[in-house]
Design a protein around this ligand. Structure first.
Ligand code: CA
Length: 230
């Protein structure tokens, strides 16, 4: 899961990024409307955390552009349906209403508790994935993103944050082959050091913990979790 933080306060942005990375998200940070927009057009994200007061404009301008974007048939990576959570110190009712009217999925007033932000982010991601049930099922696996628990045939399995992120990415695209670089960008943020065999190592650990049948390798192409009837 890739999250873009658009926030010009470096302390807030770094604190949020640390919490999100700890939760297994890959995170990018941009501090202006222009830089955030450039990145959104170049790379896809599962959610955006958006500050309103930015040095070169208002965050709602970015939201407006994103909601109006039409990526189909272009190389533009923007997705108008990307969940956006606004975070701002402005607690005036008109600001909240206009943020939601512009298409924000949720609204957090600073200072907010990181745990609350993470919970609301999960809700927004769940909603955007169109799943009414928060729990993912795959053969004998039951994965609960809210509690980050994994059970295999009724037995709890402990995964690292990266393993959990890899499992979620594969299950959410079950039946679809994902390249190593696509998986790397789902697990790691920009500037994070990635060992060249990192994905192979995580796949190896997941197979050991969850069984060989869960992840198939297409040599030279990538990996996939076979589609199964839950
Ligand atoms: Ca700001």
């Amino acid at each position: 899961m890739r999250v873009l933080i658009v926030e010009d306060d470096v302390g807030i942005a770094d604190g949020l990024a640390a919490s999100l990375r700890h939760g297994g998200y890959a995170v990018e940070i941009r501090g202006t409307v222009a830089h955030a927009w450039d990145l959104l057009r170049a790379e896809s994200f599962d959610a955006v955390l958006l500050d309103l007061g930015l040095p070169d404009g208002d965050g709602t301008e970015l939201l407006r552009r994103l909601r109006a974007s039409r990526p189909a048939g272009t190389t533009d990576a923007t997705d108008p349906a990307t969940p956006v959570l606004i975070m701002t110190a402005r607690d005036a009712v008109p600001d909240r209403v206009s943020g939601l009217d512009e298409g924000a999925d949720d609204y957090l007033v600073k200072p907010f508790d990181t745990l609350e932000l993470l919970a609301r982010l999960r809700v927004a991601l769940r909603r955007s994935a169109g799943r009414s049930s928060p729990v993912l099922r795959h053969a004998d696996l039951v994965v609960d993103p809210a509690t980050r628990t994994v059970r295999r045939a009724g037995v709890d399995v402990t995964l690292s944050a990266r393993e959990f992120a890899l499992l979620m990415t594969l299950l959410q695209s079950a039946g679809q082959v994902l390249s190593k670089s696509r998986l790397e960008s789902a697990l790691y943020g920009e500037g994070e050091r990635i060992e060249s065999n990192a994905i192979e190592v995580h796949v190896h650990h997941l197979r050991r913990k969850l069984g060989n049948a869960l992840i198939r390798t297409i040599r030279g192409v990538g990996y996939f979790a076979p589609k199964v009837d839950a």
